[in-house]
Design a protein around this ligand. Structure first.
Ligand code: SF4
Length: 340
């Protein structure tokens, strides 16, 4: 029984995040014709302290999925459980507690900060909303320091435009840390930063995970980022997870042609002999192709290598199947990628 006003802590070893058959759509007519299926039947779990990466091209649904995890968009159906509570059922005090424990970091730190607010005010705001115990100045200084802005007092009176992009993102991270979150969802946290500071923010996230035991969900188009940071990765294409598993296994022994294509532009992970450059744009998400939704761009189909399986690719939706322990792929021909 959860006492009123509290978000239940996860039982030891129980997943912090559990997503079951989640659908999130946008737009469409009165009968939902033409509705964009941004997230289309997604299920996964994230363990406490895990770094779970959701990867894919822009428009694949990964940001919508991240927002649904925090209850910022309403699913058409399906469930999201975080720390033992179903997010869509939270209200009142329990929703407020949840908002404190599950924080989101967006890609554009300038857009996340009020240009008229000093760093101190920006970081203190959450502490005031949630009436955190302790001296406010110490809480703000502690959060800034943890986010790598030291000495913290030097930044108290700075405005966002006076800071570098990396410092601004650290202020955003400090604004989340002051609330003592259990779960951080970071949506492309380094994509708008100079290459020179990306590594620093990456290291900060790794350190925070180790120091605070945070559960991190990283949303990125960059598999190199997943490689550096994640324990597991889910690769999304047009609203569906097409491959999911331990990051090293998925990125060094990918089973899905889409993952292989993404790896072609992630040289940090190492070039593959069977990688192929992805051509063309993803199809219109309001008009998803039948069968495997990747078939219009799939190098296996386009090159004729699908052979007798090609009609299946065009007509039958592949299930996400476990092909190695913990390693899932949604491709009719995935077995061909397994070692003999
Ligand atoms: Fe390509 Fe067919 Fe596999 Fe889809 S099911 S990824 S079209 S080979």
């Amino acid at each position: 029984m959860i006492p009123a006003g509290e978000v239940a802590p996860p039982a030891a070893g129980a997943p912090v995040v559990g997503v079951r058959d989640l659908f999130v759509g946008f737009g469409g007519g009165r009968k939902r014709e033409g509705r964009v299926r941004a997230v289309d039947g997604v299920s996964f779990e994230v363990a406490p302290g895990e770094v779970f990466c959701i990867a894919g091209e822009s428009g694949c649904g990964k940001t919508t999925l991240g927002r649904a995890l925090l209850g910022l968009v309403k699913p058409d159906h399906g469930e999201v459980h975080v720390a033992g509570s179903e997010v869509s059922r939270l209200g009142g005090r329990r929703l407020k507690d949840f908002r404190r424990k599950a924080q989101m970091i967006y890609q554009d730190p300038m857009g996340s900060l009020n240009p008229r607010q000093t760093v101190y005010e920006a970081v203190a705001e959450g502490a005031r909303i949630h009436a955190l115990e302790g001296r406010e100045e110490e809480l703000v200084a502690g959060a800034l320091s943890r986010a790598g802005l030291r000495p913290p007092a030097r930044f108290f009176l700075s405005y966002p435009h006076e800071l570098s992009g990396g410092q601004r993102q650290r202020v955003v991270i400090a604004s989340a840390l002051i609330l003592g979150p259990d779960l951080l969802v970071a949506d492309e946290p380094v994509s708008m930063l100079d290459a020179s500071v990306r590594g620093e923010i990456l290291k900060l996230l790794i350190d925070l995970k180790a120091e605070m035991g945070l559960t991190l969900i990283l949303i990125t188009h960059d598999l190199g980022f997943a490689w550096a940071l994640a324990d597991r990765v889910a690769v999304m294409y047009l609203g569906k997870i097409v491959e999911l598993g331990p990051v090293e296994q998925v990125l060094t022994r990918p089973l899905h042609p889409y993952t292989k294509s993404l790896l072609e532009v992630a040289p940090e992970v190492g070039r593959r002999k069977d990688a192929s450059v992805l051509t063309g744009e993803p199809p219109d998400p309001a008009n998803i192709p039948p069968g495997c939704r990747f078939h219009t761009r799939c190098p296996v189909v386009v090159s004729g290598r699908a052979g007798a399986e090609e009609p299946r690719c065009r007509s039958e939706i592949p299930e996400l199947r476990e092909l190695w322990p913990g390693h899932f792929a949604a491709c009719h021909l995935a077995e061909a990628a397994l070692p003999p």
